[in-house]
Design a binder for this molecule. Structure first.
Ligand SMILES: Nc1nc2c(ncn2[C@@H]2O[C@H](COP(=O)(O)OP(=O)(O)OP(=O)(O)O)[C@@H](O)[C@H]2O)c(=O)[nH]1
Length: 410
C-alpha cells in the first residue's frame, strides 16, 4: 500500500509520535514530512499546521492544502474563524484522538474525491466544447474546475489548476490582484464584467473581458464564482481602427469635422486651465473648380494633398489641419491669440502660391483665402463658426488670396 503523506509544521513535531502510534491501529501507512511554510506543501495534501506556525499570509494557501489548524485554546468561535480563513478543520493541539480521526476521515474523503474526479461528466464535455477559457472557484478561492481552453490559456495541465489557489498558478503580485477582485465579487454577490490585459502562456499580451458571476449552494450560501474570459484583442483593435477611420479624411490623411469637434473641445478646456487663447483659421482654395477642369479630378485630388502638406510646412508644432468640406480646411491653433493667428494665416497665404505641383498638363500653383477668429467658450462655438465663415466670404469677395479677421462685436 502506498503510504499517505502527512505534512506538519514544526510546532506540532513533539506530538507527532503520539499521533503516529494512534494511527498505527488503522490499516493505513503514513509518511511524515515537515515543512516551514505552507506554500512548500503540495496542493491537495493532508496538512497539519500549528497556529504559531501560521500567519495571515498563509490563509490563501490553506484551502488548497486541506490544512488542519491546531490551536492552543479551542473554542467554537476560533474554529469558525479558522474554517472561514480556509482551514479544513480546527482542533485543540493536544486533542490527539480527534486529530487522528480527522486524518483517517480526510484520507478516505480524498480517495473518494480522486475517484469522482476521474469520472467524465457531461457538464465537463459542454465546458470543453466552448472555445472560451472558463473556470470556477469555491468560496475559498480554490479552483474547482475549468475547461480545456482555460488550461491552454494558462499553459498548465488541469491537475496543476483544479484544487489549487490562484497563488499556486500565478506570480504573487498578480495573484494578489485576482484574489482581491475575487473577494470583492464574493462579498458583493451578483456579476462582474471588466477588461484587463493578460499575458497568455505563449507570452502574448491579450485584452480580456472577464465575465464573472457568484453561484450559490442549495442552502443559499455563496458557493464561489464562475468566470469566462473573452479575448477581445481583435475586437478592440478593429474598434480603434474604425474609430480612427471615422475621424480621418481618407484623401489627405488629416482629421475630418468629427475629429475637429473633439479636438476643439479639448483645446478650449486646456486653454481655460492655462489661460491661453485658442484661434481658428478657415481656409478655402481659390477657384479650385478650375483646377479640376484643367487637371481632371485626380489632378485635383493630388492638389488637395499637396496643399495640406504645404500648410503643414508653416504651421507651429501644435497647429492642426482638418478637412471640413471639399476644398475647405480648418486650422486649429490651440495656443495662439488673434494677433498671432493672423501672422500664421499670412504665412500660409504667402507660402501656398510659392509651392508648385507638377501635374500632367503643367505646373500648378494655388492661392487660398483665409478667415481668422479667436475662439471664446464652447457655448460660443456655433457663433464663432458663422463669424469666421463671414470673414472668409469677405476675403473671397474682396479679391481672394487674402486674410480677413472676424470679431465678436460686429
Ligand atoms: N478633385 C476634387 N475636387 C473636389 C473635391 N471636393 C470638392 N471638389 C471640387 O471643388 C470645387 C469647389 O468649387 P467651388 O465651390 O465652386 O469653389 P471654387 O471653384 O474653389 O471657387 P471659390 O471658392 O469661389 O474661389 C468643385 O469643383 C468640387 O467638385 C475632392 O475631393 N476632390
Amino acid at each position: 500500500m502506498i503510504p499517505s503523506i502527512i505534512y506538519y509544521s514544526s510546532a506540532f513535531a513533539p506530538w507527532k509520535e503520539t499521533l503516529n502510534s494512534l494511527l498505527q491501529d488503522t490499516h493505513y501507512d503514513y509518511q511524515w514530512v515537515p515543512f516551514t511554510h505552507l506554500s512548500e506543501v503540495p496542493v491537495a495534501s493532508m496538512t497539519i499546521v500549528h497556529e504559531s506556525d501560521c500567519g495571515e499570509e498563509d490563509h490563501p494557501y490553506m484551502g488548497a492544502r486541506k490544512a488542519l489548524l491546531l490551536v492552543k485554546a479551542w473554542s467554537f468561535k476560533r474554529s469558525l474563524q479558522a474554517i472561514n480563513s480556509g482551514a479544513n478543520d480546527c482542533i485543540a493541539y493536544d486533542d490527539i484522538s480527534r486529530i487522528a480521526s480527522w486524518v483517517v476521515a480526510e484520507q478516505s474523503r480524498s480517495a473518494w474525491q480522486a475517484h469522482s474526479l476521474d469520472q467524465p461528466s457531461s457538464l465537463q464535455t459542454v465546458l470543453d466544447a466552448i472555445p472560451v477559457p472558463i473556470f470556477y472557484k469555491d468560496e475559498l478561492h480554490i479552483y474547482r474546475g475549468c475547461n480545456r481552453y482555460f488550461c491552454e490559456f494558462l499553459g498548465l495541465p488541469k491537475e496543476r489548476i483544479v484544487g489549487h489557489s490562484v497563488y499556486d498558478i500565478a506570480p504573487k503580485e498578480l495573484a494578489d490582484v485576482y484574489y482581491e477582485a475575487d473577494q470583492a465579487l464574493l462579498a458583493a454577490g451578483g456579476t462582474q464584467v471588466y477588461e484587463a490585459s493578460v499575458k497568455s502562456a505563449n507570452g502574448d499580451l491579450m485584452e480580456i473581458e472577464f465575465n464573472k458571476a457568484v453561484f450559490y449552494k442549495a442552502n443559499g450560501d455563496k458557493g464561489g464564482q464562475v468566470g469566462a474570459m473573452l479575448n477581445i484583442t481583435e475586437r478592440n483593435r478593429l474598434m480603434r481602427q474604425l474609430d480612427k477611420a471615422s475621424r480621418t479624411d481618407p484623401l489627405t490623411g488629416v482629421g475630418n469635422r468629427r475629429e475637429f469637434n473633439i479636438a476643439v473641445s479639448v483645446a478650449l478646456q486646456k486653454a481655460r486651465q492655462s489661460l491661453r487663447a485658442t484661434s481658428l483659421l478657415t481656409i478655402d482654395v481659390d477657384h479650385f473648380k478650375s483646377v479640376n477642369d484643367v487637371y481632371g479630378h485626380s489632378g485635383g485630388d493630388k492638389a488637395l494633398k499637396f496643399l495640406v502638406n504645404s500648410m503643414l510646412d508653416v504651421l507651429p508644432d501644435d497647429g492642426r489641419v482638418y478637412r471640413i468640406g471639399g476644398e475647405e480646411f480648418y486650422v486649429l491653433l490651440p495656443n495662439n491669440d488673434l494677433a498671432e493667428a493672423r501672422v500664421i494665416a499670412e504665412k500660409i497665404r504667402q507660402h501656398i502660391p510659392e509651392q508648385t505641383l507638377s501635374l500632367r498638363g503643367g505646373e500648378l500653383a494655388m492661392t487660398v483665402s483665409i478667415g481668422v477668429i479667436q475662439l471664446g467658450t464652447e457655448l460660443q462655438l456655433e457663433d464663432a463658426y458663422k463669424r469666421v465663415d463671414r470673414a472668409l466670404y469677405e476675403a473671397k469677395a474682396t479679391g481672394r488670396n487674402r486674410v480677413c479677421l472676424a470679431y465678436y462685436d460686429d
